[in-house]
Design a protein around this ligand. Structure first.
Ligand code: ADP
Ligand code: MG
Length: 694
């Protein structure tokens, strides 16, 4: 058999699925399977099952309530069920005309008339249309790439590519793992005797082998990158403890133990001639900013530049103001750079960055655009790094490399081949992911965790209030503001639609302004221009506004200690991490803070579970752990958003045993079978190489 030629149009669709090489097709495994190998008698099917049934259409009508729906009744000798279609073509109605013989496959549920399937897959049959011989794989795909085409390409890859095992026999025996070729063949076309369940829940030996391979690849790549990082070079930024010590002395508070420990870890890394790549994890309000400021000072003490980047203008500006206050007494004046600056101001900032006159640049991702060139970048700090896309993080890394490379080589008189100097990197995140998860996800990052809050904080009280009691909540907001407190009112997320979200924010703002004529109410949302946004935030911070109506733009980082009441409207629509972040905007001062989660009935199971967790816990790490169980790691880390799910098959929480094996085997393999390790990485990581660094 010959490898099939693939058209450019198909190639670009495959690329969307992360398939860049023919070999990637092998590892493009089914999401699920459709069992078309037998027919279920309708009388035996139950709600919740996905089944294939066959019968005669005995009724066909278009209903108009609650909306236009095609409803058909399908009968076999022992029972009947309904087929419903919300969107349908006239041709479909004809296909399902009374008297036709139909084979339908879909999930059964209890509907208004009895058991029904919504949007089943249907086809016309006659008495002796044969049944499928094996489970039919259903692959993840993208618009314009049909299952049959994808399937054909995969079958071709299975038949024309080598499926040799990357792991030594002895190892497979020891771990009782199935061989690769058999596993992969089986998952793509399981024989009829295999239990659909063990495939669906991925407990089948073939799945275990694949999951193990994936975890092993991840472990190997972490180790390889760690090793490689040891070969890369970065400026040595020794801890002179001059400026840092002065800042610590001048602070109005003492550092917590956790802040001291994490800064010590960072400080030690910076002093190495290899690039630091460290993630500073800490719950909202744990005080990451001061740790970042200290890291910046250590670089500055050594005459190197620092770039501090934040994902939103509001947050970046807040950092700018805070660091300016802290550092100006030490004769360090940061420069501010954002996309919204006037051209002239941008040029001024860019000039100071390029000449090295400024040692600290703070801003949004505008800092890492092409026109900006650093004189001598020693450290790049990225706050709320999970908010940045993978591409942005890659750009930052590559750019940083270029800038520091050229300049440092000039500066320290390095030979041209040593010009590949890189800046150190410090990433910060308040998405409190469990530590083990963080380590296995961010391939080669080291992780420091701030695991305590500064003293003197009173935990936020959380209340769950049904929408029916909205009036009471409004009264509460008024009372709090009249007493001199400040409040946030966060507007709901609407199906990720910015326009609708904006509209609700405007309406809420109008409503609350009318309701509270005696209060000054502000509005902040993502579509506001930056100057206006900054003005509103400054007014709220200065207590000129008592109530701030906001969209989720205030989710990250915003720090206004006097705000002690937060209302989150339609809290049932938000994710756990988001709720926790939002709640973290209050409880920053001495006053007792309250977070009201307004929700609307009826609650979905998932929403109910989330609200229960957020109500019961204030600890970001505990919440993250539960979130992990609720949603699985992919979504938790926003991997979906960034388009790179680091683990496709294994599940860190469910496959812990495999992960532990993978950890051990990775060391063994690298040491005893480096060739096998290389082949394994090649198979699994060939198209992800770049992403491993971010
Ligand atoms: P986050 O980790 O969420 O970024 P911030 O760095 O914004 O937290 O800190 C939250 C607040 O706590 C800030 O007002 C900061 O000045 C204050 N803070 C930080 N460290 C301490 C400390 N050790 N003691 C008291 N307050 C602190
Ligand atoms: Mg912060």
């Amino acid at each position: 058999m010959q490898p099939t030629k693939i058209s450019p149009a198909t190639l670009s669709k495959l690329a969307k699925l992360g398939i860049h090489h023919r070999a990637d097709l092998l590892l493009h495994l089914p999401l699920r399977y459709e069992d078309e190998t037998h027919l279920a008698p309708i009388a035996t099917v139950q709600a919740g099952e996905t089944v294939q049934v066959q019968g005669t259409i005995t009724h066909n009508e278009i209903a108009f309530r609650p909306r236009r729906t095609l409803v058909c009744r399908l009968e076999d000798t022992g029972g009947e069920l309904y087929l419903r279609f919300l969107n349908f073509y006239p041709s479909q109605q004809k296909q399902l005309a009374v008297g036709k013989q139909i084979r339908a496959i879909g999930e059964v549920r209890m509907g208004y008339y009895g058991l029904e399937m919504v949007h089943p897959k249907c086809r016309a049959v006659d008495g002796d249309t044969p049944l499928q011989q094996s489970l039919a794989p259903v692959y993840p795909t993208t618009a314009g790439l049909s299952q049959p085409i994808l399937r054909k390409l995969i079958v071709n890859a299975l038949e024309t590519l080598p499926l040799s095992d990357t792991l030594p026999d002895a190892l497979l025996k020891k771990l009782k793992l199935a061989c690769f070729a058999d596993s992969i063949q089986l998952l793509h076309s399981p024989s009829p005797d295999i239990s659909a369940n063990s495939l669906e829940d991925r407990s089948h030996a073939a799945w275990r082998r694949i999951k193990f391979d994936e975890l092993l690849a991840q472990q190997l790549s972490m180790r390889v990158h760690h090793r490689e990082r040891g070969k890369r070079i970065a400026p040595k930024l020794a801890a002179h403890a001059k400026l840092t010590a002065r800042l610590i002395k001048d602070l109005p508070f003492a550092l917590t133990k956790a802040q001291q420990r994490t800064f010590a870890e960072i400080s030690r890394d910076l002093a190495q001639p290899h690039p630091m790549q460290r993630l500073l994890l800490g719950d909202v309000g744990s005080g990451k900013t001061i740790v970042a400021a200290l890291a910046a000072l250590q670089a500055i003490e050594n005459g190197y530049q620092v770039a501090l980047m934040a994902p939103t203008e509001i947050l970046a500006e807040q950092h700018y103001l805070k660091l300016r206050d802290w550092l100006e007494p030490l004769a360090i004046t940061p420069v501010w750079l954002s996309g919204s600056l006037k051209k002239k101001d941008k040029q001024f900032a860019a000039g100071r960055i390029a000449s090295g006159e400024t040692l600290l640049a703070i801003g949004t991702h505008a800092l890492f655009q092409e026109q900006i060139s650093f004189h001598k970048l020693g450290l790049a700090i990225v706050d709320e790094q999970h908010k940045f896309g993978v591409q942005q993080r890659l750009a930052l890394r590559n750019k940083g490399k270029l800038d520091v490379g050229r300049a440092s080589a000039r500066h320290v008189g390095l030979k041209p081949d040593l010009q590949k100097m890189e800046p150190h990197q410090l990433m910060m995140s308040a998405t409190p992911i469990p530590r083990t998860l963080a380590m296995s996800y961010y391939a080669d990052l080291d992780v420091s965790v701030i695991d305590e809050l500064p003293p003197g904080r009173t935990p936020v009280i959380t209340k769950l209030v049904s929408d029916e009691r909205r009036d009471e909540v409004i009264a509460r907001v008024r009372a709090a503001c009249m007493e001199g407190q400040q409040a946030y009112w966060v507007c709901p997320l609407i199906d990720e639609s910015e326009t609708l979200q904006l509209q609700t924010a405007l309406e809420t703002f109008q409503l609350l302004t009318q309701t509270f004529p005696e209060l000054r109410v502000g509005l902040v949302h993502g579509k506001l221009d930056n100057i206006e946004k900054a003005r509103v935030m400054a007014a709220f911070k200065a207590n000129e506004l008592q109530l701030l109506v906001a969209t989720t733009v205030i989710e990250v980082g915003v720090d206004v200690p006097n705000a002690s009441l937060m209302v989150i409207d339609h809290a049932e629509r938000m994710g756990l991490a988001q709720l926790h972040q939002l709640r973290g905007r209050v409880g920053r001062g001495a006053a007792q803070s309250l977070c009201v989660l307004l929700y609307q009935q009826p609650l979905s199971e998932l929403a109910r579970a989330r609200l229960k967790i957020i109500f019961e816990s204030n600890d970001g790490f505990a919440i993250a752990q539960q979130d992990l169980q609720l949603r699985g790691p992919g979504e938790l880390l926003g991997a979906r958003q960034s388009g790179v799910a680091m683990l496709r098959f294994a599940d860190i929480s469910a496959d812990e045993d495999l992960l532990n094996h993978a950890r051990q085997v990775a060391d063994e393999l690298l040491h005893d079978f480096p060739e096998a390790a290389r082949a394994h990485l090649q198979r699994w990581m060939a198209n992800k190489r770049d992403y491993l660094h971010v």
